[in-house]
Write a protein that binds this ligand. Structure first.
Ligand code: URA
Length: 431
């Protein structure tokens, strides 16, 4: 097999054969295909796409480079959620314990943030003592004890994807539906969950800026999961404005705990419950109302057990940033726009996110929102609070936020928009 033939075949718009795909993934993982060759192939895939057969085989080849986890020894069905990433997306935090409190096992392998979208592990690491790295046996033990576990994926899971994703990140080849779908689904299928709900974000703060593209990504991932025996459904959800009222690690944990205590922002509660219902249905669990489990404290009990089982102290004070800067509303009216991407980038600049994988993050940094689109605001009252330990970052964060919001004196967005009717959940995609 010759890598140049494989690159040329895709460059010229052809279909790769199964043996070509198996070989190139194996050879790249083992180092026989060089980074520059794989980046040429990734670019050819980005430009010319892949058929469903090619995407399926590419996914299987990546799974085959590593281990597959097996939770069949558990006495409950497994169900998991994956979000394609957004600003203020702390949903995993209340969702995993909530679904576990309803009778499912939730094995959640999560990642760290890169760029403007936060990472679940960075958020949880703001809880004193909490550890993200577990062995497979420890993961199983936490699942048995608490019903839910959120931890880092070990090096043994789809190592081809680990290497390829790092390469795509620096070669402008992330934004390809076949490559994103196979990357996400190879890890989820290898993780061994029986059911999976995908939260595919659409809008300024998401990978997928438009709905048509997001739908294609969702359909591709649902087909991949279904073909591999994982009951998979997807929700397309809006990401034009941040979820909830916070973007930043400890700030988001605090908000997630509010949801578990029966409060929290309406949009976070709505999405948590919608995803919980989908996860339970996909796992074949019916007759349990997740809203009741939030209200009666059962989900909070699981959260406390889950955090303790990973060394954390759920009662400990969460870190706060040393410095704050308040942005006030310049006029009185209705907030008609608050851009997710700008808030995400500002939170990242304040220290909540990282530029390189090895960068540290500030637990207390981020942006707090005092109003959401549709809310009334008064001139001179707080609109946003910026938090950081490094106040020299305020200026660049404020630059990012310039022009990111609009306030209309008469409550109109200029597009005849009805904020009350605006939906967070846009579409459902199933097999
Ligand atoms: N997340 C992943 O795991 N892979 C991608 O390609 C994009 C987002």
């Amino acid at each position: 097999m010759n890598v140049i033939d494989v690159i040329r075949a895709k460059r010229d718009g052809g279909e790769l054969t199964d043996p070509q795909i198996d070989w190139v993934i194996r050879a790249y993982t083992g180092g026989a295909v060089a980074d520059e060759q794989m980046s040429a192939l990734a670019m050819a895939i980005l430009l010319n796409g892949m058929t469903r057969r090619e995407i399926g085989r590419w996914t299987e080849a990546m799974i085959a480079t590593g281990e597959r986890m097996d939770f069949s020894a558990l006495d409950r069905p497994t169900t998991d959620k994956h979000s394609t990433g957004g600003v203020g997306d702390k949903i995993t935090l209340p969702l995993a314990p909530l679904v576990a409190s309803c009778g499912a096992a939730v094995p959640q392998l999560s990642g760290r943030g890169l760029g403007h979208t936060g990472g679940t592990l960075d958020k949880l690491e703001s809880i004193p003592g909490w550890r993200a790295s577990l062995t497979n046996d420890q993961m199983l033990a936490v699942l048995r004890e608490a019903g839910a576990v959120v931890c880092a994926a070990g090096d043994g899971l789809a190592p081809a994807d680990r290497k390829l994703y790092a390469l795509r990140d620096v070669t402008g080849t992330v934004e390809s539906i076949p490559l994103i779908a196979s990357s996400i689904m190879s890890k989820k299928i290898a993780e061994g969950t029986g059911a999976l709900v995908l939260d595919v974000k659409v809008g300024s703060g998401a990978f997928m800026k438009d709905r048509e593209q997001a739908r294609r990504l969702a359909e591709t991932m649902v087909a991949l999961g279904t073909d591999h025996g994982v009951k998979t459904v997807a929700l397309l959800t809006a990401m034009d404005t941040p979820l909830g009222l916070t973007a930043g690690n400890a700030l988001e944990v605090r908000e997630a705990v509010e949801v578990l205590a029966g409060g929290g922002p309406a949009d976070v509660v709505e999405l948590t419950l919608a995803l919980a219902r989908e996860m339970l249905a996909a796992a074949g669990i019916d007759g349990v109302d997740p809203a009741e489990k939030l209200a009666d404290g059962s989900a909070m009990d699981v959260w406390n057990r889950m955090i303790r089982a990973q060394g954390g102290d759920p009662a400990a004070e969460l870190p706060t940033a040393g410095e704050r800067h308040v942005v006030v509303a310049p006029v009185t009216g209705t907030l008609t726009r608050l851009d997710a991407l700008a808030v995400g980038v500002a939170a990242w600049r304040l220290g909540a996110g990282r530029t390189r994988k090895e960068d540290p993050v500030q637990a207390g940094a981020g942006v707090e929102l005092h109003a959401k689109p549709g809310d009334p605001v008064l001139a001179g009252t707080p609109l946003l609070t910026l938090h950081t330990d490094t106040p020299e970052r305020f200026e660049t964060a404020l630059d990012d936020l310039r022009g990111s919001y609009a306030i209309s004196p008469d409550g109109s967005s200029g597009h005849g928009e009805d904020f009350a009717a605006r939906s967070l959940i846009l579409e459902r995609v199933s097999a």
